[in-house]
Design a protein around this ligand. Structure first.
Ligand code: PMP
Ligand code: GLN
Length: 378
């Protein structure tokens, strides 16, 4: 059976609607905060110094070294350069990993709500999808549900922590329980950790690579787009034990081969910035989140607590609103002038309706105007 053709993503759809209607776009996740001048200068300098030819297929040595240093300093993760593969955004890392690890009719476990790229990529590779659910409002993942989805054909499990859209994180005991299952059934974990640097509630990111049973069977995916708020740069990476990294690199060769050299220089310099740069960056996002949450609450919206990403979710039933989130998103963009993303779009089967995702990575005036419009809508 051929895979169904992918449809236009909800992010593209809502951004286009926002543009057509002139709505404030709190849908697709991209920041409109000032862009880090240090990285812009480093990329511009590389560009003008003629660093514009193919870099090595696995990424610029300076960037791979910088990633090893950054993960050691920021997450206490000991890595070697051999384990790091630079890709064109996290999206390409996901594609290369799935193509490398999934053969036709292999089973792959995906968890809902589910970031939109996973399912079409697994289908494209010929994999068969088994879906597991996290339930609102805590969106907790129960390892027993993973255990129940495993069969002798299961090859890959895809997790996303911190999670887009919910902003929740997997804790150590959940990851340990999942690690034991992966070890017992010889399953590889593809752990999408692109939101790792966005925790603004004081908690620390826990990578799957920190769990001993997962250390050599995990592909961790990251993105400079999220760490530095430069989503248009599309510099990402996959990190895995050398033999796994080798398999993913073999696919990467024929997807993009490599990614823009000057931008790799820019990201390498960014990763070497002192710790307080990252603290200040996070504080700015924490303030933006607090501003949006406070404004929404004052306007009578109930916001679910979460730890990371650039998103918060409004609980529609608790806010006294109709729970058809897809319809409400359409109404809001046209009638209130605010674009949001319905959480039901993150489901492949029966969706959980009743939650709207809003992006807070915006300047104060944009957030205040969005809140004023949403307050008038009620
Ligand atoms: N995974 C998740 C969970 C994401 O939210 C995103 C981007 N929003 C990506 C992957 C893709 O990242 P990139 O832009 O680096 O390809
Ligand atoms: N990941 C971003 C979001 O969740 C969007 C990425 C995209 O547009 N493909 O909004």
């Amino acid at each position: 059976m051929t895979a169904p053709a992918p449809t236009t993503t909800i992010f593209e759809t809502m951004s286009r609607l926002a543009q057509e209607t002139g709505a404030i776009n709190l849908g697709q996740g991209f920041p409109d905060m000032p862009e880090p001048p240090e990285l812009l200068a480093a990329a511009a300098e590389a560009l003008l110094q003629r660093s514009n030819q193919y870099p090595p297929m696995r990424g610029l040595p300076a960037l791979r070294q910088a990633l090893v240093g950054w993960y050691a300093r920021h997450q206490g993760l000991p890595l070697s350069e051999e384990e790091v593969l630079v890709t064109s955004g996290a999206t390409e890392a996901l594609a290369a990993a799935i193509l490398a690890l999934v053969q036709p009719r292999d089973e792959v476990i995906l968890v809902q709500p589910l970031y939109d790229a996973y399912l079409p990529l697994v289908r494209r590779a010929g994999g068969l999808v088994k879906l597991v659910h996290c339930r609102p409002p805590e969106w907790r993942l129960d390892p027993q549900d993973i255990a129940d989805a495993i069969s002798p054909r299961t090859r890959l499990l895809v997790l996303n922590t911190p999670n887009n859209p919910t902003g929740t994180c997997l804790d150590r005991s959940t990851l340990e329980a999942i690690g034991a299952l992966c070890q017992q059934h010889d399953i590889t974990l593809l752990c999408d950790e692109v939101w790792e640097a966005t925790l603004v509630d004081g908690s620390e990111h826990l990578s799957a690579l920190h769990i001993p049973s997962l250390r050599d069977r995990t592909v961790k995916v990251g993105s400079a787009g999220k760490i530095f708020s430069l989503t248009g740069w599309k510099v990402g990476w996959a990190i895995a034990a050398p033999a796994l990294a080798q398999k993913i690199a073999a696919q990467h060769q024929f997807l993009t081969f490599t990614t823009a050299t000057p931008l790799q220089h820019g990201v390498a310099q960014g990763l070497n910035l002192p710790e307080d740069w990252f603290v200040t960056h996070r504080q700015r996002y924490a303030q933006a989140k607090a501003r949006l949450v406070r404004g929404l609450q004052q306007a009578g919206y109930v916001v679910l607590p979460n730890s990371g990403t650039w998103f918060v979710s409004v609980d529609l039933a608790a806010s006294g609103l109709p729970v058809d989130d897809a319809q409400l998103a359409q109404d809001l963009v046209r009638e209130a002038g605010v674009a949001a993303v319905p959480v039901s779009a993150f489901y492949a089967d029966t969706p959980e309706t009743g939650y709207l995702r809003l992006c807070f990575a915006k300047g104060d005036e944009v957030l205040d105007e969005a809140v004023a419009r949403l307050a008038r809508y009620r």
